[in-house]
Design a protein around this ligand. Structure first.
Ligand SMILES: *[C@@H]1O[C@H](CO)[C@@H](O)[C@H](O)[C@H]1NC(C)=O
Ligand SMILES: *[C@@H]1O[C@H](CO)[C@@H](O)[C@H](O)[C@H]1NC(C)=O
Ligand SMILES: *[C@@H]1O[C@H](CO)[C@@H](O)[C@H](O)[C@H]1NC(C)=O
Ligand SMILES: *[C@@H]1O[C@H](CO)[C@@H](O)[C@H](O)[C@H]1NC(C)=O
Ligand SMILES: *[C@@H]1O[C@H](CO)[C@@H](O)[C@H](O)[C@H]1NC(C)=O
Ligand SMILES: *[C@@H]1O[C@H](CO)[C@@H](O)[C@H](O)[C@H]1NC(C)=O
Ligand SMILES: *[C@@H]1O[C@H](CO)[C@@H](O)[C@H](O)[C@H]1NC(C)=O
Ligand SMILES: *[C@@H]1O[C@H](CO)[C@@H](O)[C@H](O)[C@H]1NC(C)=O
Ligand SMILES: *[C@@H]1O[C@H](CO)[C@@H](O)[C@H](O)[C@H]1NC(C)=O
Length: 374
């Protein structure tokens, strides 16, 4: 594993990142100290960021697509994990740290899912290109320039086909655009890099003989840490979607000390409109009946029927977004919900300011909520 080299020699990195780098990840939990990278360097965003995967470490590559058709509930999520189960308790108990999981919803909201464990994984990066192969699962991704393709040939779980992501919005880090030296912590010891906030995506899968074919808004990020997820997270709201010409990514979490950490991202025409982790940049709060008792969320709090997102666009202009739950994508779990929903939004300009309030932006979103404390 050459990640050590990446984490140490900053000078070497600038040139090294253009060269082909190959990382082999074993499937067993490693009995060593894990090193996590929390500051951006010229290391490619898709390179592993926590190494090795000991009993406290997680590092994973997440992809999803939500249909852009407001009449469809179709979605797909694929996550390539390198995570010990104690580090991320929502994984099924296993000594193998390399599960790939897929979750889909059909246009009518019917769900299916699959899981396969790799014998080892290979991640490689070369300039803008990257690839990941979870050996023995039939799941892999390749990225060439700004297009990712996930290919699946997994007869053992009944899945075959491809998912293509043509990136349409600039990558970002928790506090803004991708820059050397930028923080990679979206919360304490929670590494996050959003390589693809939005993509023109095409899903072409066959699931036990049933076709799932749709187009939509694609997304790819990765999360990692050298500490168990539950050591630092009390609750969080995350999601993404497209609203007319805008791409929105929201993140709003509470750590175990009750401190709120946020990350706001809005893009238009393949340019960042705002990307910030300043505390006033965004707020995400539950809506619906009894909403006052939904925040801050704890395990016993029912899941809300929606959220209100208020995003600061500067000069007292805000985007006000209402998100509405349409279908839950996982079986009920008090700690975790992943959802497809619809959104409506307005850009609100203060009275007397130049510009006009833009009404009635509509779109579909894929979003999630964790609540981990009593
Ligand atoms: C880690 O330690 C455990 C317990 O001693 C052992 O069973 C396991 O094989 C070790 N793992 C590795 C990768 O060396
Ligand atoms: C893994 O490495 C981290 C970071 O050094 C350390 O804090 C943690 O105790 C290690 N976990 C295990 C189970 O060895
Ligand atoms: C929903 O769609 C799936 C996939 O096409 C199909 O198998 C299932 O029968 C449908 N369910 C209903 C209730 O129509
Ligand atoms: C990325 O892959 C393409 C297609 O294989 C290749 O032409 C290109 O040179 C690669 N880019 C880098 C930086 O290696
Ligand atoms: C496909 O069918 C097999 C056999 O019934 C089942 O084990 C598997 O879970 C199915 N796959 C999906 C993705 O539903
Ligand atoms: C973390 O990982 C999950 C996948 O389990 C993904 O939905 C989410 O985008 C990631 N978010 C952050 C902020 O790390
Ligand atoms: C919050 O709940 C109260 C009381 O049920 C209700 O009047 C109010 O409309 C709700 N607010 C939102 C934003 O959903
Ligand atoms: C805020 O308004 C000033 C003056 O009209 C303008 O120069 C500036 O670009 C605006 N900033 C933003 C973020 O829109
Ligand atoms: C979601 O769609 C329903 C049905 O079309 C509509 O009544 C509702 O207002 C939408 N909600 C949002 C937040 O856009």
């Amino acid at each position: 594993m050459r990640l050590i080299l990446l984490l140490c020699g900053l000078q070497a990195l600038a040139s090294a990142s253009q060269h082909r780098q190959v990382f082999e990840i074993p499937s067993a939990i490693q009995n060593e100290t894990s090193i996590a990278q929390f500051t951006s360097t010229s290391t490619p965003l898709d390179a592993p960021k926590a190494h090795p995967i000991n009993g406290s470490a997680f590092d994973w590559w997440y992809f999803d697509v939500v249909s852009s058709d407001p009449g469809s509930l179709a979605s797909v999520v694929v996550t390539f994990f390198a995570s010990s189960q104690p580090a991320f308790p929502l994984l099924h108990a296993s000594n193998n740290v390399l599960p790939v999981r897929l979750w889909v919803s059909f246009p009518n909201g019917t769900l299916a899912q699959a899981e396969a464990f790799a014998s080892s994984a290979t991640v490689s990066t070369e300039g803008d290109n990257s690839s990941g192969d979870w050996h023995g699962t039939g799941f892999k991704w390749t990225k060439v320039s700004s297009t990712y393709t996930i290919e699946v040939d997994a007869p053992s779980v009944g899945i075959k086909g491809s998912i293509v992501f043509k990136s349409t919005a600039p990558a970002h880090l928790p506090c803004g655009a991708v820059v050397d030296g930028g923080t990679l912590q979206v919360g304490p010891h929670i590494g996050w890099a959003n390589a693809v906030p939005d993509a023109a995506s095409t899903v072409n899968l066959e699931i036990n003989g049933t076709a799932l074919v749709f187009e939509g808004s694609g997304y790819h990020d990765k999360n990692w840490s050298d500490q168990p997820f539950t050591t630092h997270v009390a609750s969080w709201y995350w999601g993404h979607g497209r609203l007319g010409p805008f791409t929105l990514v929201w993140f709003d979490m509470l750590d175990l000390n009750g401190v709120e950490h946020v990350s706001a991202y809005l893009a238009k025409d393949n340019q960042i409109v705002t990307a910030s982790c300043a505390s006033q940049s965004i707020s995400v709060r539950p809506t619906g009946a009894n909403n006052a008792s939904f925040y801050p969320p704890v395990l016993s709090t029912p899941n809300p029927t929606g959220y209100h997102i208020s995003l600061d666009l500067g000069n007292k202009t805000r985007m006000e977004v209402d998100v509405n739950v349409l279908v839950n994508l996982n079986e009920f779990n008090p700690a975790y919900a992943r959802v497809v929903g619809n959104m409506s939004a307005r850009v609100v300009v203060p009275p007397g300011a130049r510009g006009k309030t833009q009404a009635d932006l509509q779109g579909m979103a894929l979003f999630e909520q964790f609540k981990l404390i009593k």
